[in-house]
Design a protein around this ligand. Structure first.
Ligand code: PRF
Ligand code: ZN
Length: 375
């Protein structure tokens, strides 16, 4: 049995790597895409669906689960895995990002961040110690430190002060739960906005502590152009320790993920596949389609002939279009199964290509499918 937190790289192809990260709830093959289950459930998808599409790890949100149903309620049920019946690994975001995106009135101080609940307006304080305690109650396999995701357009002075605070908060998170205490891993989050020297400083400070189980790139995909994101991604990824898992938070499109892998990133999460599924935007081997369109009204073919998911094996485009227009809730489930399969197939294919030494050709295929996104 491998130790919890052990990360083994099996093959590399350029900067891209494939390996396995061992968690308390089993191994995760990397590179991996993590479906988002904000409140503990991946929207419209049950755990047996997740198993069927080969999901290995899902993401939950500290912010939402703390507010409702409450992390102590979850702890008394034996933790999030027992509560939601997903017995494989779970990563939880720390809540920092959600506080910043869902609260206009939040207040950041040395101690932590004060905010009002988006549910009932009640006032709360997240400190580094508090978000670790919440994530321990959830029994998350991978906990994230409290950070400030610097808004796009923030000036250099603000960004510099903010990254120093994020570093101090990361230290406090680690001190609240020293490495190896129990089975919960803790990842640090690097920030630094769109200033390369500040990004370097944030990475140097956090990797210098040497006791995190992995490192995330935060503060990307926050409104910048694709070109700016890629420039920062390709600048920063090689600065992260080779031997630890690297996580690009909240990214992205299939081509973003391919670029991330190409830059040496191991983990991704994004609401795109599930959110787009619910508005009828579906990813296929020839690009994005919208199932709403009239052209599919009598199309008896499968959604994607190259996909082997339950939706594609079983239903026609005409039927999926009908379910969408009839606002049937089955539409959400079938479309989500397909889109998540597409994202998981993307990382599965990447793992194989890295092992085979053909990742450049694999990347080129995605650039051809999504030409409008190439920067
Ligand atoms: N910090 C945290 N969660 C995040 C982000 C971040 O910067 C992002 C940015 N894309 C997504 N989710 N804690
Ligand atoms: Zn499919």
């Amino acid at each position: 049995m491998a130790n919890i937190g052990e990360f083994t790289i099996h093959a590399t192809d350029g900067a891209a790597r494939t390996g396995v990260l061992h968690t308390a709830h089993g191994p995760v093959q990397t590179p991996i895409f993590m479906p988002v289950g904000t409140v503990g459930s991946v929207k419209a998808i049950a755990p047996d669906d997740l198993e069927a599409i080969g999901a290995e790890i899902i993401l939950g949100n500290t912010y939402h689960l703390y507010l409702r149903p409450g992390d102590e309620v979850v702890a008394r049920r034996g933790g999030l895995h027992e509560f939601n019946a997903w017995r494989k690994p779970i990563l939880t975001d720390s809540g920092g990002f959600q506080v910043f995106s869902l609260n206009e009135l939040r207040k950041i101080q040395e101690e932590g961040v004060t905010f009002r609940s988006h549910l009932d307006g009640s006032k709360h304080l997240f400190t580094p110690e508090k978000v670790v305690s919440i994530q321990r109650n959830l029994n998350s396999d991978i906990m994230m430190v409290l950070d400030e995701c610097v808004p796009y357009g923030a000036d250099k002075a603000y960004t510099a002060r903010s990254l120093e605070l994020t570093t101090r908060w990361a230290r406090r998170c680690r001190d609240a739960y020293p490495q190896g205490t129990a089975g919960n891993l803790l990842f640090a989050i690097t920030q630094g906005g769109f200033f390369k020297d500040l990004r370097e400083r944030s990475i140097a400070q956090l990797t210098g502590m040497d006791d995190f189980d992995g490192f995330a790139l935060g503060g990307l995909s926050v409104g910048e152009s694709k070109q700016e994101m890629m420039e920062m991604l390709y600048h920063c990824a090689p600065l992260l320790p080779v031997a630890k898992p690297r996580y690009l938070m909240g990214v992205g499109t299939p081509l973003d993920i391919i670029n991330g892998i190409n830059a040496g990133i191991d983990m991704f999460d994004c609401v795109l596949p599930t959110r787009n599924a619910r508005n009828g935007t579906l990813y296929t081997s020839v690009g994005k389609i919208n199932i709403k369109r009239q052209e599919y009204a009598e199309d008896d073919g499968p959604l994607d002939p190259n996909c082997s998911c339950y939706t594609c094996r079983t239903f026609s485009r005409a039927y999926l279009r009908h379910l969408y227009h009839a606002k049937e809730i089955l539409s959400f489930r079938l479309n989500s199964i397909h889109n998540l399969t597409y994202f998981l197939d993307t990382v599965r294919g990447a793992r194989k290509a890295i092992k085979d030494g053909t990742f450049a050709a694999y990347k080129k295929q995605y650039e051809e499918i999504y030409p409008q996104e190439v920067v």
